[in-house]
Ligand binder design. Structure first.
Ligand code: ADP
Ligand code: ADP
Ligand code: ZN
Ligand code: ZN
Length: 865
C-alpha cells in the first residue's frame, strides 16, 4: 500500500493538490491529499485541522459546485468567501457530513432523515388497507354491482325513489333541472333536503350553493323489477357522478333514505374517503398531520388558548408538554393511522427499533401482486435499515425525533444516508465521526467508511481516535502547537511512519504504552457514596446504582445502553431538585436517593453554547476581564485622564468604538442575502476608540489584549495571579489557542464545555484550612470531544485536581485513555435500547478489563494490553 500511495501522490489526477494555503493559522501549506482513500487530519486542538478540512477543502469544493450552477440558482445561495489559498487542483464535489441536527427541522425523525419514511409512505399508499376510523371496518370502493347488492339486501320489498345529488349555484340551472324533471312527469324535486314543486321557482339564494336531488324514477326492490333497477341505477350514478340517494316512498311521501357512492366509502356509516396519497402520511403536511398537535405529537400540559405568550413558552421550555391526546404522539390524523399494512399503521411500524423493523421486513411474505408493486420500495427501506445498523444505530426507533438525537448519532445517520446514495467520485468530509461511539462500534464505523472508499470516494476525516488513525491510508499531522504555534505539517504518512517520526506528537502518543498516570483512589465500603434506587426511565429497568463520591468515576457502555438517561435525566434531575434553590424533595425517574447530603451542588458541564451574544467571549465568561480592565485603569496615563475600569469595557459607551458599539464588526443588511459582517472601518476591529487605545499595558493597547491568544496572554499577565490562574487553566484544557476576545457563539460545543469547566475550576480551590468550600458533583458528557491524545492527558490532570480538591467527578465517556484513569467505572449494557438499561459491571478499570465477555471489558483489555 505504501507503494500504491506514493504512486497515487505522484500522479496529479489521483490527488487533490493544495498550493500555499494561509487561511487562519495555516503556515503557507502545500500538500496533496490522495483521492479515493481515507485521509485523517489530526493534531492538537487549534492546530488548524478544521481550517484545512472545512475552510479550505470543503469551501472550495462548494464554491466550484455553486459556480457550475446557472445564474438564476446562484442568486439564492450565499457565495462562500474564497479561502486564502493560491490554488487547489483535482478537487471533486465535496459533501460535509455534519453533526448538527438543526437542518431537518423540529419534526424530523430518524425515518425522515434517512428517507425511510418517504418509501414507507409509498408502501402504505400502494398496499395499505384503509379502515374507517369511526367504525373500524375496512373501506372498499363500491361498484354499481355492489350498490345493487346492498340495495337488494337493505331495501328488500320497499318502493324507493332513486335520486342523483347535484350541487348548483345558479337559479338558471335550477330552472333547467325543474323543466327537465317536469317533462319527465315529476311533480317534485328536493332542494336542500326539502321537496319543492317543479312548477315553482323556489327562492334560491343567489350566492349560496344548493344541493338538489333529482329523482330519476321509482322502483320496487323485487326480483321482477331488477332490470329497471339496474337501468335507474346507471342513470343516477351517471348524473350524480358516482353518488346516489335511495329514498323510501310511501303513498307518494319521501321518507328515510340511504346514500351510496362508488367512491371509497365506509360500508358502515357511508362516510367517503379520498384515495390515500403520500401526503396523507406526512406530518409536515396539513393533509396528514394530526389536527390537535399539528404533527408534533405533543401538546402543552394544561394549555388553553388564554395561556399563550410568555406563560405558554415557559410551560414549553419547562418541558411541560404531554403526548397529544388525539394521536397519542403518533403525529398523524386518524384517517392516516387507520391505513394498515399487515395489521400495522405507519406509526406503529415507525415505533419499532431499526433492528426490529429490519427483522419484520425480512420476514415479509409478499404475494405475487404485492411483490410486483412493492419489491423495489421494500428493498430501498431494507438497504437503509442495514446501513443504519452498520453504523451502530440499530437501537433507535424510526420515529425518534431528530432534536433528541446526540450530535454523533445525527452524524452517523447522515453517513448511513450517504451509503445509500450510490454516489462515486465524491469527497466526503467528516468531523470526529467516532463521537458517542463505544470502541466496539468504532470497527463498524470504520468498515462503513472503508465501503464508501471502495466505491471510489475520497474521505477526509478530522479525528483523534487512535484506531481510526491506524486504519487511515494517509495521516496528516498538524502542529506542533495551537494557534500561531500550529498550522504546519509536522508529519505525513501511515500511522507507523508517524510513530517513527520523533517530531510527531501524534506518533509519540500512538507508540506509547497505555495506562494510568497515577494509582487509583481506593473505593471500599467506607467510601462515601450516592445510592440511587429503582431508576426507571427510557430503557432503565428498576436499576440500583452506588456512585462513589470524591472520586473520578466513568459511566461506560455501548451507545443507547442508558448512560445519558441514568446520569443526565435521573441523577442530575433528582439532585438538581434536592440541591437547587427551592430544595424540592422531588425524585426524577427513581424511587430513592441516599447520601446526597454530602454535596452542596451539582454542576452539569455540558456542551450547550455559552451565550448567543457576540459580546460574550472567553475573557468575560471566565471572568478575568474585569481584572485586566483594572490593570489598565491603574496605569499612570489612565490616572492622569481620570479613567476608571469602565473606560476599558466594550459594553459601555465611555471608551468603545461608537461606530460599531464595541463589536469590532459592522453588519450590512443585504436584500435577499444573509447579512454580511465586515470589520469595522473606524476601529479596525479593535472595538475601542482611538483615545482609549492610547493607554498601553506592556506595550499593548486594550484592543490588542483582546486579540491575544490565551497562551501568549499567560506570559503578558504572568505577574498577576488572578489573571494568570484562569489563563493557565484554559491552557490545561487545551484552549491556549483561543483569543481572549473570540465571540462565544463561534465556539464549538467541546470548546464551550471546557470553558465552563475552567470557569468552575477557577472558583474551586480548597480554602486555607484545606477543606473544600462547596463539595460539588461535576457531571461531564464526553469531555474528550475535539481533543487530541495530548490534550486528553492534560484534561485528565485537570479532573484529578478537582477530585484532589474534595469534589466528585462523574464522566460519561468512550475514550479509553480517560476511562483507564478512573477510580471507578460503572458499565451499562449489555447492548443498546431494550437490550440495555442495566448495570453489567462496576469496579476499577483493571477489574472491568478482566471481564472480556462484555464490550467495555474487551475494549479496555485490548487497550491496556
Ligand atoms: P482545529 O480544528 O485543529 O482545532 P482550527 O482550524 O479550528 O483548529 O483553528 C486553527 C486556528 O485558526 C486557531 O488559532 C483558531 O483560533 C483560528 N480560527 C479558527 N476559526 C477562525 C475564524 N473563523 N476566524 C479567525 N480565526 C479562526
Ligand atoms: P446512551 O447515553 O448510553 O447512549 P441513552 O440514555 O441516550 O443511551 O438511551 C437509552 C435508551 O433510551 C435508548 O434506547 C434510547 O433510544 C432511548 N431514549 C433516550 N432518549 C430518549 C427520548 N428522549 N425519547 C425516547 N427514547 C429515548
Ligand atoms: Zn396529535
Ligand atoms: Zn468599530
Amino acid at each position: 500500500p505504501a507503494v500504491a500511495r506514493a504512486q497515487a501522490l505522484a500522479v496529479p489526477e489521483h490527488a487533490i493538490a493544495i498550493r500555499h494555503a494561509r487561511e487562519h493559522n495555516l503556515k503557507d501549506l502545500t500538500l496533496a491529499i490522495p483521492r479515493d482513500r481515507l485521509t485523517v487530519i489530526t493534531g492538537v486542538s487549534g492546530s488548524g485541522k478544521s481550517t484545512l478540512a472545512f475552510d479550505i477543502l470543503f469551501n472550495e469544493g462548494q464554491r466550484r459546485y455553486l459556480e457550475s450552477l446557472n445564474a438564476y440558482a446562484r442568486q439564492f445561495v450565499q457565495p462562500a468567501a474564497r479561502a486564502d489559498v493560491d490554488a487547489i487542483f483535482g478537487i471533486p464535489p465535496t459533501v460535509a457530513i455534519e453533526q448538527r441536527t438543526s437542518r431537518g427541522g423540529a419534526k424530523s425523525t430518524v425515518a425522515t432523515l434517512t428517507e425511510i419514511h418517504h418509501y414507507l409512505r409509498l408502501l402504505y399508499v400502494k398496499l395499505g388497507i384503509q379502515w374507517c376510523p369511526d367504525c373500524d371496518i375496512p373501506i372498499e370502493p363500491m361498484t354499481r354491482d355492489t350498490i345493487l347488492d346492498r340495495l337488494q339486501r337493505d331495501r328488500a320489498g320497499q318502493r324507493i325513489a332513486l335520486m342523483a345529488p347535484m350541487v348548483v349555484a345558479r337559479k338558471g340551472l335550477y330552472k333547467e333541472l325543474a323543466a327537465w324533471a317536469a317533462g319527465k312527469g315529476w311533480e317534485r324535486l328536493r332542494v336542500d333536503g326539502e321537496p319543492v314543486p317543479t312548477a315553482d321557482w323556489p327562492r334560491l339564494d343567489r350566492y349560496r350553493e344548493h344541493s338538489i336531488d333529482l329523482p330519476l324514477g321509482e322502483v320496487e326492490i323485487v326480483p321482477a323489477q331488477e332490470s329497471r333497477l339496474r337501468d335507474l341505477l346507471d342513470q343516477a350514478l351517471d348524473l350524480g357522478k358516482g353518488q346516489i340517494r335511495a329514498v323510501r316512498v310511501e303513498q307518494g311521501r319521501w321518507l328515510d333514505e340511504s346514500h351510496y357512492s362508488t367512491e371509497r366509502a365506509c360500508p358502515g356509516c357511508g362516510r367517503a374517503f379520498p384515495e390515500p396519497d403520500p401526503r396523507l402520511f406526512s406530518y409536515n403536511s396539513r393533509h396528514g398531520w394530526c389536527p390537535a398537535c399539528l404533527g408534533t405529537g405533543r401538546v402543552l400540559a394544561g394549555f388553553d388558548a388564554e395561556q399563550s405568550g410568555e406563560e405558554g413558552q415557559w410551560l414549553e421550555s419547562a418541558g411541560a408538554s404531554q403526548p397529544c391526546p388525539l394521536c397519542s404522539g403518533a403525529r398523524l390524523r386518524p384517517e392516516a393511522l387507520a391505513v394498515r399494512f399487515r395489521g400495522r399503521s405507519i406509526a406503529e411500524l415507525s415505533a419499532l427499533t431499526i433492528d426490529t423493523a429490519a427483522e419484520r421486513l425480512a420476514d415479509l411474505d409478499l404475494d405475487a401482486r404485492e411483490s410486483a408493486i412493492a419489491r423495489d420500495l421494500i428493498a430501498e427501506v431494507r438497504d437503509r435499515l442495514v446501513f443504519l445498523r452498520e453504523v451502530g444505530l440499530g437501537y433507535l426507533t424510526l420515529d425518534r425525533g431528530a432534536p433528541t438525537l446526540s450530535g454523533g448519532e445525527a452524524q452517523r445517520i447522515r453517513l448511513a444516508a450517504q451509503l445509500g446514495s450510490n454516489l462515486r467520485g465524491v469527497c466526503y468530509i467528516l468531523d470526529e465521526p467516532t463521537i458517542g461511539l463505544h470502541p466496539r462500534d468504532n470497527r463498524l464505523l470504520l468498515d462503513t467508511l472503508a465501503r464508501l472508499e471502495a466505491k471510489g470516494n475520497t474521505l477526509v476525516v478530522v479525528e483523534h481516535d487512535a484506531e481510526t488513525i491506524r486504519r487511515a491510508g494517509h495521516v496528516i499531522d498538524l502542529g506542533p502547537g495551537a494557534g500561531t504555534r500550529g498550522g504546519a505539517i509536522i508529519a505525513e504518512g501511515t500511522a507507523e511512519e508517524l510513530i517513527a517520526n520523533p517530531e510527531s506528537i501524534t506518533g509519540r502518543f500512538l507508540g506509547r504504552p497505555n495506562g494510568r498516570s497515577r494509582p487509583p483512589r481506593p473505593v471500599d465500603d467506607k467510601t462515601p457514596c450516592l445510592s440511587l434506587q429503582g431508576a426507571r426511565r427510557n430503557n432503565l429497568q428498576d436499576l440500583d446504582v452506588r456512585l462513589p463520591l470524591e472520586r473520578l468515576v466513568c459511566v461506560t457502555g455501548v451507545s443507547g445502553s442508558g448512560k445519558s438517561t441514568l446520569v443526565r435525566e435521573v441523577l442530575v434531575g433528582t439532585l438538581s431538585n434536592l440541591l437547587g434553590a427551592k430544595r424540592k424533595a422531588e425524585l426524577v425517574g427513581c424511587r430513592g436517593l441516599a447520601g446526597w447530603q454530602r454535596l452542596t451542588r451539582i454542576l452539569e458541564v455540558d456542551q450547550t453554547p455559552i451565550g448567543k451574544t457576540p459580546r460574550s467571549c472567553p475573557a468575560t465568561y471566565v471572568g478575568f476581564w474585569d481584572a485586566i480592565r483594572r490593570l489598565f485603569a491603574a496605569t499612570q496615563e489612565s490616572r492622569i485622564r481620570g479613567w476608571g475600569p469602565a473606560r476599558f469595557s466594550f459594553n459601555t459607551a465611555e471608551g468603545r468604538c461608537p461606530a460599531c458599539q464595541g463589536q469590532g464588526v459592522q453588519r450590512l443588511e443585504m436584500s435577499f442575502l444573509p447579512d454580511v459582517r465586515m470589520t469595522c472601518e473606524i476601529c479596525g476591529g479593535s472595538r475601542f476608540d482611538r483615545e482609549t487605545r492610547e493607554v498601553r499595558y506592556q506595550g499593548l493597547d486594550i484592543g490588542q489584549v483582546l486579540d491575544l491568544e490565551i497562551e501568549r496572554a499567560a506570559e503578558v499577565f504572568a505577574a498577576h495571579r488572578g489573571i494568570r490562574h484562569p489563563l493557565a487553566l484554559l491552557q490545561d484544557v487545551g484552549l491556549g489557542y483561543l483569543t481572549l476576545g473570540q465571540p462565544s457563539p463561534t465556539l464549538s460545543g467541546g470548546e464551550a464545555q471546557r470553558i465552563k469547566l475552567v470557569t468552575e475550576l477557577a472558583k474551586a480551590r480548597p480554602n486555607a484550612e484545606g477543606t473544600t468550600d462547596r463539595p460539588t458533583l461535576y457531571v461531564l458528557d464526553e469531555p474528550t470531544v475535539g481533543l487530541h491524545m495530548a490534550d486528553v492527558a492534560r484534561l485528565v490532570e485537570v479532573l484529578h485536581r478537582l477530585v484532589d480538591a474534595g469534589h466528585s467527578v462523574l464522566v460519561i465517556e468512550h475514550n479509553l485513555d480517560l476511562i483507564a484513569e478512573a477510580d471507578w467505572v460503572l458499565d451499562m449494557g449489555p447492548e443498546g435500547g431494550d437490550a440495555g438499561g442495566r448495570l453489567v459491571a462496576q469496579g476499577t478499570p483493571e477489574a472491568i478489563a478482566a471481564s472480556d465477555a462484555l464490550p467495555t471489558g474487551l475494549a479496555l483489555k485490548r487497550h491496556l494490553g
